[in-house]
Design a protein around this ligand. Structure first.
Ligand code: AMP
Length: 305
């Protein structure tokens, strides 16, 4: 199945306790597309300015990513985000956001994009997310991501979006903020009651929790000695997760669980270097090798209790 992602392609300035990277490539759609393209063809829909060079675009080359939807606006600048992390790498502080070309972003999908079967509405204005979804013809899986900003600025529109998707990828703090419920499981039930079948809760270095109406599945994050930059981990996770699902015939609980592991594997690479530097250099063999290591990490012998 082919995938559509609509989101940001950006330049970031990242500050962590281990260093700073300025004007490095970022954006939710960038991380997502690169990760998902390991498994399935991706249609990328995003906008950049004319400061976005061929060298920047090289990240997408040689991968299964269709760039017909990557619009370039003359005389304008690419979306810019500056973020900072302390020693607790789970918490990103936004230092600056310059919307630039993103301010007037109103994606019009072409026929190929509209026929994509797996849709990822990355973190953008929930009204825009629904506008994109309305243009899609026969989506089999629709997933969305969001952030604290939209929960406070556009709660009603976001609630409407939650009612119209199959799968929500969200972090722990956002569940609490949206539901005003301290208990995570209760908060998740409230969100699921709006209509989605599956909730995937990103918990940073603590891993991921997947909650459906029938089951709960939890995995740890892959334990790494070198974590440099958590930026993009969530979007990379979503890319690995939906990319794998798009490559499957079935989307049953078994495959959903495998997809969670592939998402976690991809995200574990992203955080090892700044920006997409690590993601850029890995191959499918590296992904498969870490998938096996992940299996060993979580395996235990069953016995009757
Ligand atoms: P993540 O760490 O997975 O939440 O994603 C980080 C990426 O999201 C960065 O590369 C940013 O460029 C991008 N980003 C940050 N804020 C926004 C925003 N308001 N809208 C769209 N993309 C954003």
């Amino acid at each position: 199945m082919s995938i559509l992602v609509v989101g940001s392609v950006a330049f970031d300035r990242i500050t962590t306790p281990f260093g700073t990277a300025d004007r490095c490539l970022g954006g939710s759609a960038t991380y997502f597309a690169v990760a998902a393209s390991f498994f399935a063809p991706v249609n990328l829909v995003a906008v950049v300015g004319d400061d976005f060079t061929a060298e920047d675009a090289a990240i997408f080359k040689g991968r299964n990513i269709n760039l017909d939807g990557l619009q370039k606006v003359k005389g304008a600048k690419t979306f810019f985000w500056a973020g900072e992390y302390g020693y607790d790498l789970n918490v990103a502080k936004t230092r600056e956001t310059q919307l630039n070309v993103f301010a007037d972003f109103k994606p019009q999908l072409n026929d190929v994009q509209r026929d994509s079967e797996v849709i990822f509405l990355a973190n953008i204005d929930p009204d825009l997310q629904m506008d994109v979804l309305r243009q899609c013809r026969k989506p089999r899986i629709v997933a969305l991501d969001t952030m604290n900003y939209w929960i406070s600025a556009k709660k009603e529109a976001l609630t409407h979006a939650f009612q119209n998707v199959d799968l929500i990828v969200i972090n722990e703090a956002e569940v609490r903020q949206f539901t005003q419920e301290a208990n995570l499981v209760k908060g998740c039930r409230q969100i699921l009651a709006l209509g989605a079948r599956t909730l995937v809760i990103k918990r940073g270095e603590y891993g991921v929790l997947m909650i459906t109406r029938e089951a709960v599945f939890a995995v740890p994050a892959y334990p790494l000695e070198n974590v440099f930059d958590p930026t993009g981990a969530g979007d990379t996770f979503a890319g690995g997760f939906l990319g794998y699902l798009a490559s499957c015939r079935e989307n049953d609980d078994r495959e959903l669980r495998r997809a969670i592991i592939f998402g976690s594997v991809l995200a574990s690479f992203t955080v090892e270097k700044f920006s997409l530097d690590r993601l850029r250099e890995i191959t499918l063999t590296d992904v498969q090798e870490r998938y096996r290591a992940f299996r060993t990490l979580t395996h235990f012998e069953d016995f009757e209790v």
